[in-house]
Every structure is written in C-alpha cells, then in structure tokens.
Design a protein around this ligand. Sequence first.
Ligand code: HEM
Length: 147
Amino acid sequence: GKDKELIRNSWESLGKNKVPHGVVMFTRLFELEPGLLHLFNYKANSNSTQDCVSSPEFLDHITKVMLVIDAAVSHLDDLHSLEEFLLNLGRKHQAVGVKTQSFSLVGESLLYMLQCSLGQAYTAPLRQAWLNMYSIVVSAMSSGWTK
Ligand code: HEM
C-alpha cells in the first residue's frame, strides 16, 4: 500500500546514484561508531575515515550494501524470498566481526542519508516506512548469527 509507494518513489532517484548516497550513509556510520572502521582493514597502514571511505574496496562494499537495499525495494511484495540470502549475509558479517547491535546505528545512518537527499520529501510516514523495511532486512540478517 502506501508504505511501499513511499519507499519505491523515494528510491527511484536515490537508486540511480548509489555510491555517493552510500558514502554519505557510511561516513555517518563511522561518525556514530568510529570503531567500525577497523572492521574494514583495507588500508592496513591507515586509520583515517577519509582514507578508508576513498579506497576502492570500501566503495565496492558500499555498492554491495546499496544493491541489497535495491533488492529489498524491488522485493517489497515478497521480502521473505530474500531470507535465505540475508541469513547467509548475516553469517558473513558475524565472521568479519560485526555485532548485531551495530545495525541500529546502520539504520540511523540510512535515515540520515535519506533525510539529506530527500529534504522536504523526508516525512514521518516515509521515515517509518523505511524503518519497517529495514527492520525486516536486519532481522533476517541477524538470524545468521550464532552464539
Ligand atoms: C561484505 C563490513 C553492513 C552488505 C562485508 C565485508 C565486510 C563488511 C568487512 C567483507 C569485505 C567486503 O566484501 O567488502 C560491514 C560493516 C557493516 C556492514 C562493518 C556495518 C556495521 C552491511 C549492510 C549490508 C552489507 C547493512 C546490506 C544490507 C554486504 C555484502 C557483502 C558484505 C553484500 C558481500 C558479502 C559476500 O561476499 O557475499 N561487509 N558491513 N553490509 N557486506 Fe557488509
């Protein structure tokens, strides 16, 4: 219904420019939780956010993240079809040292990026629609964590 429409319409333009929007999102994430930078050990000799976010591997990861969001948006009618994929994706993130608790900050960073890019179009219902979709994605990923 309305939620899906809000998400699809807002993603239509954002999805055409994935990398710059992903850079805004992950730069925000590192502001909120600088410790996450170390999980991306692409630049072994550097700790600066700037060096990390400009490395090709990091931009590749951003593209991967944005493609997962893109897949979620295009599967809004059958998100459960992504469950197996997302569970395995969660498993890989546990293996690289990500904690499920960090996903709430990832969500905040996603909303921050939406707010920056949508301006006036960033409304309370739109925010809620995205949060709902994001929480489905995160809970599917989180099921890949083992104790
Ligand atoms: C892979 C870190 C969040 C999607 C990876 C890798 C690292 C990483 C270190 C392995 C290296 C690489 O492929 O570049 C993180 C951190 C996150 C985060 C620290 C935030 C706390 C996410 C989110 C998504 C995502 C939210 C999508 C919704 C992917 C994908 C891969 C990946 C698709 C490739 C997996 C594969 O090789 O099959 N991530 N990630 N990541 N990440 Fe993330």
